[in-house]
Design a protein around this ligand. Sequence first.
Ligand SMILES: C[S@@+](CC[C@H](N)C(=O)[O-])C[C@H]1O[C@@H](n2cnc3c(N)ncnc32)[C@H](O)[C@@H]1O
Length: 231
Amino acid sequence: MDREPEPELMNKKSQVKAYCAADFSLGEENLIKFISNYLDINNIKLTRNDLILDLGCGPGNISEKLSERWPDVNVLGIDGSQEMIREAESRMFKNKIMNKYRNLNYLCSDIRKISSLKNFSRNEITLLVSNSFIHHINDIDNFFKFIITLSNKETINFHKDLIRPKDEETALKLKDKCSQKYSAILTNDYYASLKASYRKNEVQKKILDLNLNSMNVVEESEEYLIVYGKV
Ligand SMILES: C[S@@+](CC[C@H](N)C(=O)[O-])C[C@H]1O[C@@H](n2cnc3c(N)ncnc32)[C@H](O)[C@@H]1O
């Protein structure tokens, strides 16, 4: 199945509402565990001087989990959609009253304008994380351009995303499974995302072309891959 790009930003109110109503917590927890294990195995301890950046943070599903897992580390979620950031901030402010997410902040900004982002310096970024973000980027070259621009030589990248199914039949089966649990809007978005996603070999080829010898890509399952390491 050939790749069919989808719009980068999720700006529509109905789309954001449908996304926020869904429960993706299992996959999100798995990404947090993957990051934790990597840090443990490499004996890396995060401190209050570190910064975790969550690219394409949406309503904050991953940013919140990062903030809870590393409460002493600053976490910054970035998304170009005002609707998404409005949701994320509303959730964060409600919880800050209960002393949660004190280390968490959000920024509404399009990653394509990365060179003009002034809210942080790349020297500060210890972990560069994203979930369900890569497939929104129209060209895989741009995804790597973004993470190379944002990373310093110590920054560790963790990017999890869907894998494009091998054929239309498999995509339709996954779409049907999604429709049994979620709304029509979310199901259609998920189907579009499946078709916009990259495959392991496409990501691997880019890693080789760019000589990113410390980057790896693994298939977490038939549906998800994780790109990780230093650029
Ligand atoms: C499928 S959502 C994932 C949200 C979140 N990471 C999660 O795991 O729930 C993808 C998000 O990436 C954002 N996005 C896509 N392209 C972007 C860009 N160029 N700059 C900033 N955000 C972008 C979209 O607006 C959307 O909120």
